[in-house]
Design a protein around this ligand. Sequence first.
Ligand code: NDP
Length: 243
Amino acid sequence: MDIKLTGKKVLVTGGSRGIGRGIVLGLAHAGAQVATCYRTEGEAAASLARELKEIGGDHRLVKADVSDPAEVEALAETCRATLGSLDAVVHNAGVISHVPFSELSDEEWARVIDNNLGGPYRVTQKTLPLLSAGGSIVFIGSKVATVGIPMRAHYTASKAGLVGLMRSLTKELGPRGIRVNVVAPGPVETEEPVPPEVRERYRNLIPLGRLGTPEDIAGVVAFLASDLARFVNGETIDVDGGI
Ligand code: NDP
């Protein structure tokens, strides 16, 4: 990644796998000092710790569930105690499920909204004291929030909610010099295997002829975290190959 983030301190939620992991590694390679969190202990978190060590720099890996207020409080406190301040917060942690709307339970609705919208609300509120003028908040939304997709009404509602949260925070935090934006990925290929017929369908749907990668998303996040984006505020940036 050509963007230089030397001296920047960035918190990325949900960094052990998928897009979040790509963002963490991309920012660390660009010279940022990265703190990240995950929910589940295991090989994903352990291998991320090893990769960060190889890259070098002073990074932090914390077990914290963004749907748990006490764990978010502890995460923010770890950032304060070890980094002192933050230059950017990237809200990537999110969950999804595929359920026909007529079968959607209250519990599943609440779980997805609470992780995808409640998490960013909580993490923003608790880390805000660590951000100052020049700070950048990035929510990872989704292209489907504006397009819609069957069996994901709860998921798309949570991601559309992030756009409203972002727009209002833009008005409230702009006077303090803090920028807030949404990055809305299209279909991204992570560690999860993509069935050949799904890959083929997306190849035909996406003008650039392939699924996105975590690195594609990391590049735009790095730009928004950098001073190059100092006048980019209140935007939803689709990163979807033109789908
Ligand atoms: P993955 O399921 O592959 O990875 C999610 C990561 O977030 C894991 O590291 C997971 O850790 C962590 N995580 C999940 N919930 C929590 C939580 N409550 N607290 C802390 N960490 C958590 O997801 P993706 O990489 O596919 O997606 C990342 C983001 O991008 C999500 O917000 C998703 O909605 C969005 N997105 C993804 C697209 C895609 O095609 N993949 C397209 C558009 C948007 P652990 O394993 O410990 O639970």
